[in-house]
Design a protein around this ligand. Structure first.
Ligand code: FAD
Length: 476
């Protein structure tokens, strides 16, 4: 793969920037806000970064959730551009595939691919966040204002009003350009709605999640294979576990909020320790004994909600822009939320490199380049939800996977699984969908009426692949 460090090679100075704006205000010091602050400060902008949570180094509440994230190529590209990749790699655990645990305790590894780069990196959310914040904090062009919660925006005066949680006061800030990177429930988005007709379609899943932890053994050794994402697919629900650098795992139990008539259990029905224990032992017998604080964690950890946000308009004139989850939150089952949020940042950085005339055209271009792709990954994430819960354990799925792998080995420049295109490449998500569709048709045709891989006509396969799939070098 070729990594084009376009932004690094062509850093320009502010004389070439849209208008002569020097100051950019960013709301939300999460993944997208902090990454964008770092990229824009490198271009010479003065950045004010506002975050409602306290400074994680202050010993008060840490920012965000305590969990692990899977980082793929899109996030790693952003980390490479900012020179942070080696630091993050030291904190990350490589995962080479999915380890599927069936109900009887049988374990099967499904590798992500056979190429060296087809590896995901599990990293603690707080570690990644602190790494980004540390880099931002050390940049003299970035001022981070913790404990600042955005409350109001006066669009005519271009003033943002914050409440400051430390002393209960409020603080107003005049902005030239404002970027909302304030997550799925974005206040900036809600304040844009009445002035520029942002139409946000928010669809929540009727499933939630709860974090549980699997510590290392007394010798600090992991209790399961640490180089895989562990999955317990169970039809209407499932559990995942990500490895951590200290031999521990963070597990996430995904379950309907409320059970249904098919007798699927939901969080609501798990209302006593007896029921919880019976449910866990019946459904996750191999892993339940590895969670020593099962009962306490069930009580202490809240049930998180997940949803998809699709936003008709990402910007208000050249005054304000939404990025990351604020513009396009997705359900977490493809592991692409952070990846996609950071891809917004690198795309915006490349647009600034093209010397655009003004902020409105920068923002419009970003929306034009990204929106169709973020819509595509939103659909793929919902698809992945169905697949992970159900098909990963079905025979048809496994036969399809086996043929997919065979074709990848035989035609490495043309046939690349859609999952790999999304996770380990940077081609636009829409192109991954289109190639995935064509590849799916080829697989359907080859597998029609077949039960075994040895029954498949590989000469026909070669012809179809040659005719219908251009070489990958032509894509990236
Ligand atoms: P956020 O990370 O939500 O950051 C927003 C920031 O804005 C926060 O710090 C918040 O405190 C601040 N803020 C909010 N409101 C205000 C306000 N009014 N004033 C000031 N500050 C404010 N993605 C992956 O790529 N890989 C994964 O494996 C993965 N796993 C996930 C698992 C789960 C269970 C969930 C829920 C999500 C997962 N994601 C994953 C998605 C990922 O977490 C999000 O897509 C990502 O955090 C989005 O980054 P962001 O910066 O846009 O928003």
């Amino acid at each position: 793969m070729v990594y084009i460090q376009d932004s690094l090679l062509n850093l320009t100075n502010l004389e070439h920037m849209p208008h002569t704006t020097k100051n950019v205000s960013i709301i939300g010091a999460g993944m997208a806000g902090t990454m964008l602050a770092i990229l824009m400060a490198r271009r010479g902008y003065e950045i004010d970064l506002f975050e409602q949570c306290p400074d994680p180094h202050s010993g008060d509440r840490p920012i965000g959730l305590t969990s692990n994230l899977a980082l793929g190529e899109r996030a790693r590209h952003a980390l490479r551009l900012t020179g942070l990749i080696e630091q993050v790699d030291r904190l990350a655990t490589p995962m080479r595939g999915r380890m599927i645990h069936d109900r009887s305790g049988r374990i099967t590894l499904q590798p992500y691919g056979y190429k060296e780069y087809e590896t995901l990196y599990s990293v603690r959310r707080e570690s990644l966040q602190q790494c980004l914040l540390y880099e931002a904090d050390n940049n003299e062009r970035i001022r981070i204002h913790f404990n600042h919660r955005l409350r109001e925006i006066d669009w005519d005066k271009k003033t943002a009003l914050f409440s400051t949680s430390q002393n209960g006061n409020s603080h107003s800030h005049d902005f030239e350009v404002l970027i909302g990177a304030d997550g799925p429930a974005s206040k900036v988005r809600r304040l844009m709605e009445p002035v520029c007709g942002v139409d946000a379609d928010v669809k929540m899943l009727n499933s939630g999640y709860k974090y549980l932890s699997i510590p290392a053994d007394e010798n600090h050794d992991p209790l399961m294979d640490p180089n895989a994402l562990h999955i317990w697919p169970r039809g209407g629900y499932m559990m995942l576990a990500f490895p951590g650098p200290d031999g521990s795992f963070t597990a996430t139990l995904f379950l309907p909020l409320k059970g249904d008539h098919r007798m699927i259990w939901g969080f609501k029905e798990l209302d006593s320790w007896t029921r919880r224990r019976a449910f866990m032992e019946a459904n996750f017998p191999d892993v339940s004994p590895l969670i020593p604080r099962l009962e306490e964690e069930f009580q202490e950890n809240h049930v998180g909600r997940m949803g998809t946000v699709r936003c008709s308009q990402w910007h208000h004139r050249g005054d304000a822009l939404l990025i990351g989850d604020a513009a396009h939150a997705i359900v977490p089952f493809h592991g692409q939320g952070v990846n996609s949020a950071l891809e917004d940042c690198t795309t915006l950085d490349s647009i600034l490199n093209e010397n655009p005339d003004n902020w409105e055209s920068v923002f419009r271009t970003l929306q034009e380049r990204r929106k169709k792709d973020t819509d595509a990954i939103a659909d793929m994430a919902l698809d992945a939800y169905r697949t992970m819960r159900e098909s990963v354990r079905h025979r048809d799925f496994l036969l399809r996977k086996a043929l997919e792998r065979e074709l990848e080995l035989r035609h490495p420049d043309r046939f690349i699984a859609r999952y790999s295109l999304v996770m380990f490449h940077r081609i636009p998500y829409t192109e991954a969908v289109e190639r995935g569709r064509v590849q799916g048709e080829i697989l359907d045709r080859l597998l029609k009426g077949k039960d075994e891989l040895t029954d498949v006509d590989l000469q026909l396969a070669a012809r179809l692949v040659g005719e219908r799939l251009p070489e990958v070098s032509a894509i990236q």
